[in-house]
Every structure is written in structure tokens, then in C-alpha cells.
Design a protein around this ligand. Structure first.
Ligand SMILES: CC(=O)N[C@H]1[C@@H](OP(=O)(O)OP(=O)(O)OC[C@H]2O[C@@H](n3ccc(=O)[nH]c3=O)[C@H](O)[C@@H]2O)O[C@H](CO)[C@@H](O)[C@@H]1O
Length: 360
């Protein structure tokens, strides 16, 4: 008998893809097929091809929805229109039982196409405040899942559920010994991981490199610095390893990590929470974003899971002070994190998604 199928969509940054990557094998285990709609050149194409090469990937045209002036603002609506027609064609051919959208610009025409073709649409919002793409998609959605309960005040309550965070199961199964093999650190210093979100953060990279001598006297540093941001002149620096972006290695690196400095993207911070890593969060500022990371970070701080430093407060000196304070508060932070509600597994989340599919 032909299996029912779910179309997943989402892209632009890894934060809009990583949940989908985790859900794909679980949905397959629940005996449904999965196909993906993403953009032609976005990070989702690369990530899905690498983690789930067995599923069909349909590339559609997508336009960015900018809040600022750009000449592309005049051409991108046409691209969104083309994307909509392409998504309708994919849905017509594949006849999915549901569409699950993780957000990002490419997901908007897919969600609209789902509504037009009367396919149940579920959207997922990871941040406290919904992103622009999800805001546009909400009227077309049958159901909305949120990670934070605080998000329920920004979304239509009658069709929304707070599910809590979902953690990729492989992240829980890392090995510190394998992490040590990857980094070949030759000391017993505590390990500090620096992650500037999936794309790296110029301002955090600078703060680390400005303080590298002092930092490496006290820590071994794993620096996830983003594509194109490796500084080759530092490749021989003792106790310091740089990576543009890591995939399957991440679980091992996290298991050997004692402290984290990070942006405050929703997926990352819940991963650190699940693994009980004391974290210093430096969220993207309101000047550069809608302020979603600031809200995520402040909620973590209020619950005693994290320390927060705003970009505007970041100097070489304040950075070192904040790291020393993080180290001093290790036990208090770990204790609070131990009391946090455990995250959902990808399997539990996949079951929730499948429960919203149609019978066709
Ligand atoms: C600039 C921007 O738009 N940022 C948004 C984006 O962030 P971003 O894409 O950085 O998203 P998150 O921090 O939520 O997730 C990043 C994911 O990438 C993974 N990872 C990261 C580095 C690495 O080397 N390897 C790796 O696997 C992390 O483990 C995590 O699962 O989506 C988040 C979730 O909607 C938002 O909160 C952010 O505001």
C-alpha cells in the first residue's frame, strides 16, 4: 500500500532546518514518507542533502521579505509568486497528508500553497516572538506549535499549542572522548565553546580573538566561528580550535564542553540547557533584528539558566569579567538547569505532527 506523506519546509538559517532534520527519520519510522521543499541555494539544501540524502528535495524560487529598502524588494514578490506556483505543482504531484513548516522566507509560498490545495498546514515557532515569515504564514495555518509558552500571546490561541523544545537525539549521545580526538587538546583545562549561531557572529569572534591569550591560559577553546570566518593566522595557537560549522561532530564537542558563550537562537540555547552547559548569552541586538534573541535570552536569565550580556555592553574587559562570573556561578546555573522541564524527543514531536495529518 502507498504510504502517506508529509512535506517539510523551512530554511534560510540552520535554526529553520535543524528540527526538520531531526523529524525526518522519526516520521519515516512512523511509516510515512517525507519530501522537502526548500530554496535553490539556501543552507537547507546543503543540510538536508547531507543529513537525509534519501528524501526528495524540491527547490522553489524564494524571495526575502526585508524590513529595509533594497532594489530586490521590487523583484522578490515575483519570485515569491513563482515559488507559490512551483509549490502548488509539487503538492499536486505528491498529494501530502500535511505540510510542516519550520519558518524562514522559503516557507511562506509553501504554506499558502498548502492552504490553496486544502492540505493541513502546521507551523512551528521556536522563538518567543514570531518571525516575519511565520507571521505571514499564520492565517494559512491549521495549527501552530510554539516552544515558549510566552509565545501563545502572539499567536491565535484557538489553533496553537505550546509543545516545549525538541532536541535532536544524536546531540544527547555524544562522547567527550571523541570530542577530544577531534580537538586534540593537550591539557586538562575546562573547555569553553563559542557559538555565534549557525552563521557565526563577527562581534563575538572579535571579542574572543581580542582576549585569546588570556582565555587560552584558563580554557581550551572550541570556536564555531561561521562560514568564511576562520582566522588562519591563529591555526597554530595552543588550546584553540576553530571550525566554520560542524555537523555530526557537534554532539562530541558539546559533551566535552564545560561552558558556552553563544548567541541566543532558540535551538542552540535549548540544546545547551538539555546538556546543562552554563551559558553566557550575547543576543543579536534590536538594531540588527526584531529582538527575538533578546527575549529568548532574558527568559533564560529569569529562570536562572543563563547569564546575559547585551551587545552594547560588550568590550574586551566586560567579556572577560562575564566569563569569570560564569565560571564562578557554574554550580548555581547547573542546579537551576537540572530542575528545568526535560525537552521533547524528536520521536514525541513527530507523533504530534503526524496526529495533525489528514487521512488521505
Ligand atoms: C540571524 C538569524 O536570523 N538568527 C535566527 C536564527 O538563528 P540560528 O540559525 O543561529 O538558529 P539557532 O541558534 O536557533 O540554531 C542553530 C542551530 O545550528 C546548529 N549548529 C550551529 C553551529 C554549528 O557549527 N553547527 C550546528 O549544528 C545548532 O546546534 C542549532 O541547532 O534562527 C533562530 C531560531 O528561529 C533565531 O532565534 C535567530 O534569531
Amino acid at each position: 500500500m502507498k504510504k502517506r506523506k508529509i512535506i517539510l519546509t523551512g530554511g534560510g538559517t540552520a535554526g529553520h532546518v535543524s528540527l526538520n532534520q531531526a523529524l525526518i527519520p522519526e516520521i519515516q519510522n512512523l511509516d510515512l514518507d517525507v519530501e522537502y521543499i526548500g530554496s535553490k541555494n539556501g543552507i537547507e539544501k546543503e543540510l538536508i542533502r547531507e543529513s537525509n540524502p534519501d528524501i526528495p528535495y524540491h527547490a522553489i524560487a524564494s524571495g526575502k521579505l526585508r524590513r529595509y529598502f533594497s532594489m530586490k524588494n521590487f523583484t522578490d514578490p515575483f519570485r515569491v509568486g513563482i515559488g507559490l506556483i512551483q509549490a502548488i505543482n509539487v503538492i499536486r504531484k505528491t498529494k501530502p497528508a500535511a505540510i510542516f513548516s519550520k519558518g524562514g522566507f522559503v516557507s511562506v509560498p509553501v504554506v499558502m500553497a498548502g492552504k490553496i490545495m486544502t492540505v493541513p498546514v502546521i507551523i512551528h515557532e521556536s522563538d518567543v516572538s514570531p518571525g516575519l515569515a511565520n507571521k505571514l504564514a499564520m492565517p494559512f495555518a491549521d495549527h501552530i506549535f510554539t516552544v515558549f509558552k510566552e509565545t501563545l500571546k502572539y499567536v491565535p490561541a484557538e489553533k496553537s499549542t505550546c509543545t516545549g523544545a525538541v532536541i535532536r537525539s544524536e546531540l544527547m549521545d555524544g562522547s567527550a572522548a571523541k570530542g577530544k580526538e577531534i580537538c586534540y587538546f593537550d591539557n586538562d583545562l575546562p573547555v569553553l565553546m563559542v557559538m555565534g549561531g549557525s552563521q557565526g557572529s563577527a562581534i563575538i569572534n572579535q571579542a574572543v580573538r581580542d582576549n585569546l591569550k588570556k582565555l587560552t591560559e584558563n580554557f581550551s577553546i572550541i570556536h564555531l566561528c561561521g562560514k568564511g570566518n576562520v582566522d588562519e593566522s591563529l591555526s597554530q595557537q595552543p588550546n584553540y580550535r576553530q571550525f566554520e560549522y560542524v555537523t555530526h561532530e557537534l554532539s562530541h564537542l558539546l559533551h566535552m564542553t564545560d561552558f558556552v558563550v553563544s548567541r541566543a537562537g532558540s535551538n542552540s540555547i535549548f540544546e545547551f540547557l538539555a546538556l546543562k552547559k552554563p551559558m553566557l548569552l550575547i543576543p543579536l541586538s534590536v538594531q540588527k533584528s526584531r529582538g527575538d534573541q533578546l527575549l529568548n535570552a532574558r527568559l533564560f536569565e529569569q529562570q536562572g539558566f543563563a547569564h546575559v550580556m547585551e551587545e552594547e555592553e560588550l568590550t574586551s574587559e566586560s567579556f572577560m569579567q562575564a566569563i569569570n562570573r560564569l565560571r564562578a556561578d557554574e554550580d548555581i546555573l547547573v542546579d537551576q538547569m537540572t530542575q528545568a522541564e526535560p525537552p521533547k524527543t524528536s520521536y514525541e514531536m513527530a507523533k504530534l505532527v503526524v496526529a495533525h495529518t489528514s487521512k488521505r
